[in-house]
Design a protein around this ligand. Sequence first.
Ligand code: ATP
Ligand code: MG
Ligand code: MG
Ligand code: MG
Length: 438
Amino acid sequence: MKSNEIRHTFLDYFQHKQHKYLSSSPLVLSSDKSLLFVNAGMVPFKNVFLGQEQLPYTRVCSSQKCLRVSGKHNDLESVGSSPRHHTFFEMLGNFSFGDYFKQEAIHTAWELLTQVYQLPVERLWISVYKDDEESARIWEEVGVPRQRILPFGDEDNFWSMGETGPCGPCSEIHYYRGSDPSKQRPEGVNSADDDYMEIWNLVFMQYNRDEQGSLTPLSAFSVDTGMGLERLTTALQGVQSSYETDLFLPILQRLLELNRQGNAHYQQHQPTYNAIADHSRSLAFLIADHVVPGNNGRDYVLRRLIRRAAYMGRTLGLEQPFLASVAQVSIDILGQQYPELQQSSADIQALLTAEEKRFQRTLSRGLRFLEEVCQQLTQAGQRTLPGPEAFKLYDTFGFPLDLTQKILAERGLSVSMQAYEEERLKQQQRSRQHAAFK
Ligand code: ATP
Ligand code: MG
Ligand code: MG
Ligand code: MG
């Protein structure tokens, strides 16, 4: 099944079950100040879960654009090396606002995965919240053997959107992708073992968490589910990572073409190629949702992602601006489902190339400076970059701090954060004095 068909099958299935299909909200919801970007399918419905807003429907399904690069859910540092974590991804979800609860949510999820998509039952594992006996019993009812239903605590099986907001116990479906189903180990679920992949989270929304951290029961119990399209596609296309699915392969191909390289080079530099392919999607979607590269807040997230991607491209040998061409492939792949991509494609091209060129002017000099400093550090037997040097990389060469940290980490070095912060404050003071003098 192609990813487009996988997405449609999900949405059709829930529409047949009387869910109203709502198209994705933008990545930026200015009505919600608690998040920089939408990070889950439930975010646009936060106030509905809290009972502060009413929709004309109690059952909804969607394919929501999500970005996890900041706040409580931040996967940026795993992207590229992880076969399943992306900055941008699509979250398929079905929602009940005070309508059905655990019983129907679990029955439908199981039917969809095993009957419609026909995922092999013997590769599926279930996790439940530690004292949620009710969910465990329903999973048994649908046919999951007890030894495949595993209880976990707050960290894994109590879901919250952010520091505040709707939350509740959850139950997840994990897929074993390893070569030998008879060798499956329960400890693999919820561990770093890449043979196991969480695919679907069913959240039973029961509480609101306030600023003090206390939980108040919601007036109506609801259901919020989220399944990553990229992960479901990985399972259904029988591959080892989302980069091998039709959602990413053409992007990687373009990148290799631009770099005049083949599979051998890809194998050698897989995490870097993967991360650029990943970032190209985020860049296209952010610009389509009217974020522009800049120095603050959301705009700086976009700038940081562009500069990370540009740096990574340079390490692969790409000398010319390449992001616009790579982003165009992600527009081609997802433009039908998200028409805003096509509508903004000229802006996406122009903004990416302008920002990339701006950074390329200082990138080589910055890298030379960094290389020299690293050599001096290593010769002196030191492992942390002093504040003034780290700040100079930011201020003079335009290296976002996280990029400097990434490059240093590649050499086993780090940044002295406190000294960096002191240097930044000093610089702020200097420019204030300068302004006052003028
Ligand atoms: P993980 O434990 O793998 O980090 P999660 O528990 O943080 O995932 P949830 O918050 O439960 O994820 O989100 C619901 C679903 O969204 C997940 O089951 C997964 O399919 C998908 N998902 C979550 N984070 C990502 C990501 N960074 N990239 C792609 N898909 C993701
Ligand atoms: Mg996570
Ligand atoms: Mg998880
Ligand atoms: Mg989860």
